[in-house]
Design a binder for this molecule. Structure first.
Ligand code: FDA
Length: 319
């Protein structure tokens, strides 16, 4: 049942037409939990609170699958604006971007040009730019662009997903160039031809790539809420004398705040991935897919809202 829910929500998150439609009409039921605000100006309040509590931050403007050049331009300007607001507010944050919102759907060259603008501005303001990893098809151009630009810029990083078979090889290929990598399990629906089908296989591969990257001596961001994986990293730290300066844990805004705080209290670096923006559909669908209980919370909220509306109408009719 939970596998079915997961696959359904992942399918919904990746449907381009639904994305376009839903981002125009989607209500924000339940999204507040996962999204810090509609604009960076609104989100900055929450970002400051997180920073004051000692957590590190990654900020991301929500949006994906943009194929209209005007919209791509707007998205690029929004990322630059976001960096400007963070710089002026003296927030020490990274930003994350999705290449499908920066022009990859139009052409590789357009995404490259926009990324160069963003990286140049980031270099000036001392802001690191992380490229999120999207679906399997997109991953080839994403890695190509990352490799190309990491020869020109140091303030760049990207993500590798443990659920893809090819990830171990990708990691090995990148390892000599001292890459800045966030390692995650993978949040996109893929076929068995390209990705491990079971959680056990994904978790095993996740452990392998984390261990390998740490033993290569490369800085490693571990993006997970999985306590078993976190304990595995703590064991590696002890058995292989890995310095805490060589890795950090990353978690999503609004998820497992208890764990975020307890790790931070233990002295680990913890970074929170804070999304903002109105185009929440794809992001929210992926969060629902990851935890079926979130789906039931959402249904409860919608039901409550409908019942409240009905009661108000009944009262008004009665009066
Ligand atoms: P897993 O899914 O096994 O969950 C372990 C436990 O965490 C659950 O039992 C539950 O307690 C909690 N949990 C997980 N998800 C939850 C949710 N949505 N709501 C409530 N509780 C939840 N993926 C990708 O493909 N490309 C990317 O660029 C990124 N970037 C990224 C950045 C950061 C900072 C994080 C933390 C994650 C990503 N991801 C990602 C998403 C990642 O691939 C993965 O889908 C999620 O992190 C969920 O997997 P976990 O490792 O948390 O384990």
């Amino acid at each position: 049942m939970s596998e079915w829910i997961r696959n359904t929500f992942l399918y919904l998150s990746q449907n381009k037409q639904l994305n376009k439609f839903a981002n125009r009409h989607w209500t924000t039921f339940g999204a507040k939990k996962f999204v810090a605000g509609n604009s960076i100006e609104e989100a900055i309040v929450k970002i400051k609170q997180l920073q004051e509590s000692g957590l590190s931050i990654t900020v991301v403007h929500l949006g994906e699958f943009v194929e209209d050049e005007n919209k791509v331009k707007k998205e690029t300007l929004e990322v630059l604006h976001c960096m400007d607001v963070l710089f002026r507010a003296e927030i020490d944050a990274e930003i994350s971007v999705k290449l499908t919102s920066l022009g990859l759907g139009v052409s590789y060259e357009l995404a490259l040009k926009n990324m160069r603008n963003i990286l140049e501005y980031g270099k000036e303001k001392d802001i690191t730019v992380m490229i999120d990893m999207e679906d399997y098809e997109t991953s080839f151009d994403t890695l190509r662009l990352y490799v190309q630009l990491s020869k020109e810029y140091r303030n760049i990083g990207t993500v590798l997903q443990a659920h893809l078979y090819k990830t171990l090889k990708d990691l090995q290929k990148l390892s000599d160039s001292n890459p800045y990598l966030r390692l995650v399990k993978g949040a996109y629906l893929e076929t068995e031809e390209v990705a491990f089908p079971t959680k056990e296989n994904i978790d095993e591969n996740y452990r392998n790539i984390i261990k390998l990257n740490l033993l290569y001596g490369n800085y490693t961001a571990i993006g997970t809420h999985d306590i078993d994986i976190i304990d595995f990293v703590k064991d590696l730290e002890e058995t292989h004398c890995i310095s805490r300066a060589q890795f950090e844990f990353q978690m999503l805004y609004g998820i497992r705040q208890d764990l975020q705080q307890s790790l931070q209290k233990e002295g680990y670096k913890v970074r929170i991935y804070v999304p903002y923006g109105k185009e929440r559909y794809g992001y929210q669908m992926r969060r629902l897919a990851e935890r079926p209980a979130n789906v039931f919370d959402l249904v409860k909220k919608i039901f409550k809202k409908i019942v409240c509306k009905k009661i108000i109408i009944l009262i008004l009719n009665f009066l």
